[in-house]
Structures are given as C-alpha cells and as structure tokens.
Write a protein that binds this ligand. Structure first.
Ligand code: AMP
Length: 214
C-alpha cells in the first residue's frame, strides 16, 4: 500500500501516520523528521534545511525530492510506505510519480486531513513532543500525567522551534499557496480521500481506515 497523508501543519497528519503504520505495517516517512534528525546531528543537510524551517518556508525542491525518493527506495518500502509531509509542491508530486513509475509502482491513495485554519493555530500553539521518543502531546487536549514529562519514556516535553506563532502563520500561508493545489492534483487522479480532521484522533483514524478499505 503506497500512501500519502496530506494536510496543513497541525492537521494531525503525524498522529495519524503513527496509527496507520501500526495498523498496516508500512513505514511512515516524514521529510520534516528527516530534516530534524539531520539538524540534531549537525549534518550539512541539517544546516541547509534549518534556515528554511526556522522561517516556516519550504526547503527547496531539489533537496527534498532527492531525500524522499532515496528513502522510498530503501528495502523496508518495497511492500508500501506512508509519506507524511511529502510531496508539498506539484513539482515534488510530479517527481514522485515519475520515480514510482520507473520501478513499476504507483500511489494507492492520498488521504487529506481537513481542519479549519483557526483550529490549526490553536493546535500548534499547544503542541508538545517528547525530545527522546517523539511521542506527541497537546496542552490542554492531551496532557501528560506529569507536567512537562513524557508518559512513555520520562523524556522532556518540548515545543518544536518552528511552532512559534509567526512561523506557524507563515507555514499555513505556504501550505495554502504551495501544497493546497495538490488537493485538486490528486482529486483529478481520483486518488483523494477527504477526511474531516476535527472529530478526534480515533474517529479520524476510523474514517481513514474506512476510506482505505474502499
Ligand atoms: P513538518 O514536520 O512536515 O511540518 O515539516 C517541517 C518543515 O520541514 C517544513 O515547514 C519545511 O520547512 C520542511 N519540509 C518538510 N517536508 C518538506 C517538503 N516536502 N518540502 C519542502 N520543505 C519541507
């Protein structure tokens, strides 16, 4: 099963990607996570990506396309993958389609998690992530048992550096300008499943699974 999960920053893509990975056994590939790992590791790629990420801008297509396409050629993706945060432009989507065709693969479904803009800002403002295991929390929606401490591993809960208000507004504008056109792009290819993203993580997941079963 070759899937894309599409949605604005704060739509809950990452949360759904974790659940879908557990259900269907395909690896979730987040280009944002790849960049954050490179920033943490102090690599050249991380240094390049950080400047764009801090401003809420997209990392240039030529950088992100090479990384994403290499990743889906790794052997854990041979029976499927779930892309979270890629593609974000029609150039990236075209490159993905051409690359999959070369290896006789194609996309099975593109899931769009639909959330209104005001709710996106509220969600991102409250988002916290465990610095050690990556578990997600939200203040006040998903509180840890102990303030600032991860329930899973005891790690410290942190706010992503690009989750501040100015960067978030820019990321949403960038999404509307560059990524929202992919809704029509995949709609025209009859690959799109539109899921209401405001019904709570479990209902969003159930609706997604239903759409994938069709
Ligand atoms: P995310 O974790 O998906 O919200 O991504 C965080 C940031 O990484 C984005 O705001 C971009 O700066 C960068 N990024 C991640 N994926 C892409 C992509 N497909 N194209 C361009 N930039 C990306």
């Amino acid at each position: 099963m070759n899937l894309i999960i599409l949605g604005a920053p704060g739509s809950g893509k990452g949360t759904q990607a974790v659940k879908l990975t557990k259900r269907f056994g395909v690896p979730a590939i987040s280009t944002g996570d790849i960049f954050r790992a490179n920033i943490a590791g102090g690599t050249e790629l991380g240094k390049k990506a950080k400047a764009y990420m801090d401003r809420g801008e997209l990392v240039p297509d030529e950088i992100v396309i090479a990384i994403a396409l290499d990743r889906i050629d790794e052997c854990d993706c041979k029976d499927g993958f779930l892309l979270d945060g890629f593609p974000r432009t029609t150039e990236q989507a075209d490159a993905l389609e051409r690359h999959l065709a070369v290896s006789g693969r194609s996309l099975d479904k593109v899931i769009l998690i639909d959330v209104p803009a005001d709710e996106l800002v509220r969600r991102i403002a409250g988002r916290r992530t465990c610095a050690d295991c990556g578990a997600s929390y939200h203040i006040p929606d998903i509180l840890p048992a102990k303030d600032g401490v991860c329930d899973v591993c005891g790690g410290e809960l942190k706010r992503r550096s690009d989750d501040n208000e100015a960067t978030v507004r820019n990321r949403i504008e960038v999404y509307n300008a560059n990524t929202a056109p992919l809704v029509d792009y995949y709609g025209a290819k009859t690959l799109l499943a539109r899921i209401a993203g405001t019904t709570g993580p479990d209902n969003v997941f159930a609706d997604t699974v239903k759409a994938l079963d069709k």
